[in-house]
Ligand binder design. Structure first.
Ligand code: GLC
Length: 646
């Protein structure tokens, strides 16, 4: 039983009537329930013997933070605590968007809520809207503040308005908490530059190259092309500062407990705007240690759990998403292990599924996908995934080498093939992606581009090649149907619902032209949207079919994530097959074909799983029943079936 369940159980008799509950009493109850873990984690990171004992300061801070939360949100927290697994529901369907690219600003976004509702979306992930440096700012991930809205998006009042509107529509909001670094214009960085020792200790700053050189022995490079190395010399401060991402993003020094406490306050302030899911950005990097790659360290996990346990006391309705785009066996740890099990992040990006879906499209085979997924330890029952195909970032190929070898390929050669396939090195490939951050030192590279362009729609339209267009549309729909049915929150990337192609305009902007991730950050094309009901275009086909798939997902309770995923091995290497099962007649068997030819699987295979009645199978996707004509079930190229028992 994790702390959420415990908190719910202890407060259960008060949760039926949150309006009448004594909110402070329930806060005290949560604090006493989580206190031992909080103390244990805090003291493990900041032992009393080596530092001034700041634990009492944390104990004073928590009630202060609670006081700052509005009564409305406190009541909503209790409602959410009662339905503590709200984020695992089949009703959850997300969309990630850039506010300015979507429709100008926060007010503009508000006018498009009806569009999102029509599609069936009930969760928005809005990309950073807070103040940031002019010029280069990593798409807002270099923060000048955690809650001040940058003018171009509107005002804080507009944001509060939006969150209120979303709540009234029973929609959820996710926002980023850039927890690993601030910009070099953040008030703390400015004070550090002005010579304030206290704030120099908020970052990793050094007078000479000794420590930086030591660190560099084992630190990898995140942006080797545009920001090589992990330290930057700041001429004002006359010190080296750790900058793992870009040179204007300064890494926060969490070995300093004051940094933790101030960042906790910033996080709660963000939550108090009415955010339901906090996306913990780049959290794998939170703790740095000489001689290590400073990623996924045990101390980072303790720190994240400490944030979580405190947030739960102050705002139990808010949950955390781990943005850890790391190897499969590391990602799973962000749900928590040991005492942290189910107490770290409730949600994590399923980067494993995402990267391997792209692998399966390129290879037309699913054995590597299956091997990786079947070997993942299961997540805690309170945890869930964000399942996605594309997002604002690149596609990294960080899955395990071991399994690549096991299916008979060489790891380096295979990754090179994937880069070549997606990044226009192979004439026959339909993909139009771009290489991101190729590192000649180790041959690593990542891939950028929109879903539609990577899956061949751009090439198909350019060549007016109807066959290519049809295949691209089917691939787009199949991948979306997988994330809608796999178990977790499907997160659609804005524009993908209308097959948006790469946007090459970034090449003309000096601040971002080196960052090809902007190819997959296009403006929403409202002209296409206005034609969706009138003309039969590939975009309209994608939109209407996706809308239908979303509707089916939201009406199929077995799609709620109850850790009820059963992967099935398929003897046919082109087929991917899994079942969502509560051992009832409402189960669903998902079957898809990653190849350009028709493939078959044995009918007996399906019959034995209980998916046949009177020689017929029921497919939720087409709404039709399929007659098993021979001993085999045929699956068309890039077709997906959602077979239902009833
Ligand atoms: C996350 C964001 C990415 C950003 C990085 C540094 O990975 O998704 O866009 O560049 O953090 O903040």
């Amino acid at each position: 039983m994790n702390q959420t369940s415990l908190n719910r159980l202890l407060a259960s008799n008060k949760l039926d009537n949150p309006e009448k509950a004594n909110l402070k009493e329930l806060f005290d109850l949560r604090l006493s329930t989580n206190l031992a873990i909080i103390q244990n984690l805090f003291l493990s990171l900041y032992p009393e013997s080596t530092l001034q004992n700041l634990f009492p300061v944390l104990l004073e801070l928590l009630p202060e933070l609670f006081k700052k939360r509005s009564k409305n949100l406190k009541i909503q927290d209790l409602r959410k605590l009662k339905h503590a697994n709200w984020y695992q529901s089949e009703k959850m369907v997300g969309m990630q968007l850039y506010v300015d690219n979507f429709n100008k600003d926060l007010n503009g976004l508000e006018t498009k809520i009806a569009y999102l509702e029509r599609l069936g979306v009930n969760l928005l992930h809005i990309m950073p809207v807070t103040t940031r440096p002019k010029g280069e700012n990593d798409g807002g991930y270099a923060v000048n503040s955690y809650t001040q809205v940058a003018k171009k998006y509107g005002s804080k009042a507009d944001l509060l308005n939006l969150t209120k509107k979303l709540r009234s529509k029973k929609m959820y909001l996710m926002m980023d908490f850039v927890v690993n670094h601030t910009s070099d214009e953040f008030p703390w960085a400015k004070k550090a530059m002005a010579g304030d020792k206290k704030y120099q200790d908020y970052y990793y700053t050094y007078p000479d190259r000794n420590m930086p050189d030591e660190f560099e022995h084992s630190l990898p490079e995140v942006f080797p092309q545009t920001s090589p190395g992990n330290f930057t010399f700041n001429t004002k401060m006359k010190r080296w500062v750790m900058t793992v991402f870009n040179d204007y993003q300064w890494d926060l020094n969490y070995t300093n407990p004051m940094v933790f406490m101030d960042m906790l306050s910033n996080m709660v302030e963000l939550a108090n705007l009415g955010v339901d899911i906090i996306r913990f950005d780049a959290l794998a990097f939170l703790w740095k240690k000489l001689g290590t790659n400073s990623q996924n360290l045990p101390e980072a996990h303790s720190l994240i759990t400490l944030f979580r346990m405190c947030l739960q006391v102050v705002a139990p309705g808010v949950v955390l998403l781990a943005e850890a785009i790391v190897s499969p066996k590391e990602i799973i740890k962000y749900f928590g292990e040991g005492i942290k099990k189910g107490n770290e992040c409730e949600i994590a990006y399923n980067a494993t599924l995402m990267a391997l879906l792209w692998n399966s499209i390129a290879t037309k085979k699913t054995h590597l996908l299956y091997k990786n997924l079947i070997n993942l330890p299961s997540k805690p029952s309170e945890g869930t995934w964000i399942n996605y195909i594309r997002c604002h970032d690149d596609i990294g190929l960080g899955f395990d080498d071991r399994y690549i070898y096991e299916v008979g390929w060489g790891a380096a050669a295979h990754r090179k093939f994937l880069l070549d396939y997606y990044c226009q090195k192979l004439d026959w490939s339909p993909a139009k992606g771009q290489v991101f951050m190729y590192n000649p030192k180790n041959g690593d590279g990542r891939i950028t581009g929109s879903t539609a362009s990577l899956l061949g729609l751009e090439k198909g339209l350019e060549q007016n090649n109807q066959e290519l267009i049809k295949l691209a549309v089917n691939k787009i729909l199949m991948l979306h149907a997988i994330i809608l049915s796999y178990g977790g929150i499907p997160m659609i990337y804005a524009g993908d619902e209308i097959g948006t192609l790469n946007d090459y305009s970034y090449l003309k902007n000096k601040d971002i032209k080196e960052d090809s991730r902007w190819a997959n950050r296009p403006k929403q094309d409202w002209k296409i949207v206005s034609g969706l009901d009138k003309i039969d275009t590939p975009q309209a086909q994608i939109y209407h079919s996706l809308k239908k798939l979303i509707r089916i997902r939201r009406n199929t309770p077995v799609f709620a994530d109850k850790n009820n995923l059963l992967l099935h091995h398929s003897a046919n290497p082109h087929i991917f097959m899994f079942e969502r099962t509560n051992n009832s007649d409402k189960d669903v068997l998902v079957i898809c074909n990653f190849d350009e030819s028709i493939h078959v699987i044995e009918g007996a295979n399906i019959v034995s799983k209980g998916y046949e009645t009177g020689g017929k199978l029921q497919d939720l996707v087409s709404g039709e029943s399929i007659t098993l004509k021979s001993a085999f079930l045929e699956i068309n190229p890039f077709q997906i079936l959602w077979l239902s028992k009833s």
